[in-house]
Ligand binder design. Structure first.
Ligand code: NAD
Ligand code: MG
Length: 389
């Protein structure tokens, strides 16, 4: 039977690679709905023609109108706004929702999909950072599979042996170190947007590329791992591994360490989430150890990349703080991408936001959405003024 997929974030880096995986197995997968922001109408049109989805959702209303005129029919809906994304996610036919929207904008549609009993292939880590407790509660209540797409989490997921959860000593997340590994603080002060966007091993959307350069990406992944695997922060390690060949590891109590290896190619974890629990053969390049040569490891430099520590801190404190961390970071990254602030000011803004915010223990979804919105405005209009050069 064909697996019916809702693809949220169809025009992004993960969205496009998901479609490449679908193309490898056209008999097994059918894309029944697509959702995206709506900036790339040319690309959306190509996807409509090629995949013939029943529901198309674009956040941008103008774009939805244009698409509606051309593609709306009795069999096909063209929707806009957040309601549109939610509808694309909860459609009756859908077996699996690929959550590949960037940022906390993915939270509401992903939660809606979980509540309607859909399995989720989760790329959108910000959903778990902003609302981990709520999301996991719904996952458990509705008995759905939450399958990690993030390469590190897919690796850990595959290294956790059935019935051995008790024996896990720690999870070891690997980090490439990003484009600025080894830079001095002075050099970091003046790095440009273009330099920050150039990741050495992965080609990704702009927000996650900047997060990889600040190491906030690894910080978000620590929080993501905490929720996905129900493991305490004290047992989540981060090690810099510049070659990105080991995608992550699990340490067991007996001293054994299981690792997941492969070339840095997101189609591998995407495919595993789509075919789970099966593994299907594909034509992707096989790892050649002699070509890889050396695998090396080093400690993350928390002085130059304080975002990682800020994330551990917010995660441990819990409550509303991870939501604040994530929203402040999204706002700061946006400002950096618009050339409004410098690279080292990104963690400064996040730190200020965390320091100035009131804790809310056990926040509701309303608390989370409100804080998410409020902090973005504070960062852009208030905290921004207190920056040190
Ligand atoms: P991207 O910027 O390339 O794509 C984002 C997609 O989301 C686009 O289709 C965009 O139109 C859509 N989108 C943005 N805002 C939206 C909104 N409000 N409503 C509907 N659609 C919206 O990002 P990406 O690199 O593909 O990353 C997507 C997610 O996957 C992120 O959470 C990222 O952290 C995670 N992730 C990405 C990679 C990677 O290699 N790219 C790896 C691991 C995890
Ligand atoms: Mg990752």
């Amino acid at each position: 039977m064909q697996k019916k997929i809702a693809l949220l974030g169809s025009t992004g880096s993960i969205g496009l690679q998901t479609l490449q995986v679908v193309d490898m197995f056209p008999e097994q997968f059918k894309v029944v709905s697509i959702a995206s922001g709506g900036n790339r109408i040319d690309l959306i049109e190509k996807q409509i023609i090629k995949y013939n989805p029943q529901v198309i959702s674009v956040t941008n209303e103008e774009c939805a109108k244009k698409l509606g005129v051309k593609y709306k029919s009795r069999q096909r809906k063209v929707l806009s706004g957040l309601e549109g994304v939610v509808e694309a996610a909860v459609m009756e036919d859908v077996d699996l929702v690929v959550a590949a929207i960037s940022g906390a904008a993915g939270l509401v549609p992903t939660l809606a999909a979980i509540k309607s009993g859909k399995d989720i292939a989760l790329a959108n880590k910000e959903t778990l950072v902003a609302a981990g407790a709520l999301v996991m509660e719904e996952v458990n209540k509705n008995g759905v599979n939450l399958l990690p797409v993030d390469s590190e989490h897919s690796a850990v997921f595959q290294c956790i042996e059935p019935d051995q959860a008790e024996a896990i000593a720690s999870i070891v997340l690997t980090a490439s170190g990003g484009p600025f590994r080894g830079y001095s603080l002075d050099a970091l002060r003046n790095v440009t947007r273009q330099e920050a966007l150039k990741h050495p091993n992965w080609s990704m959307g702009s927000k996650i590329s900047i997060d990889s350069a600040t190491l906030m990406n690894k910080g978000l992944e620590v929080i993501e791992a905490h929720w996905l695997f129900g493991i305490d922060y004290s047992r989540i390690e981060v090690v810099v591994h510049p070659q990105s060949i080991i995608h992550s590891m699990v340490r067991y109590a007996d001293g054994s360490i299981l690792a997941h290896l492969g070339y840095p190619d997101m189609r591998i974890p995407i495919q595993f989430a789509l075919t789970y629990p099966k593994r299907w053969g594909n034509a992707l390049k096989q790892l050649d150890f002699t070509q890889v040569g050396t695998l090396s490891f080093e400690k993350p430099d928390l002085q130059k990349f304080p975002s990682l520590e800020l994330a551990y801190g917010a995660g441990k404190v819990g409550g509303i703080m991870p939501t604040i961390l994530n929203a402040a970071n999204e706002a700061a990254v946006e400002m950096f991408l618009n050339d409004q602030i410098k690279f080292l000011q990104i963690p400064q803004l996040v730190e200020t936001a965390l320091a100035k915010s009131q804790q809310i223990t056990n926040p509701s979804l309303e608390d989370i959405l409100e804080a998410d919105k409020a902090i973005r405005l504070e960062v852009k209009n208030v905290y921004y003024k207190g920056l040190i050069n």
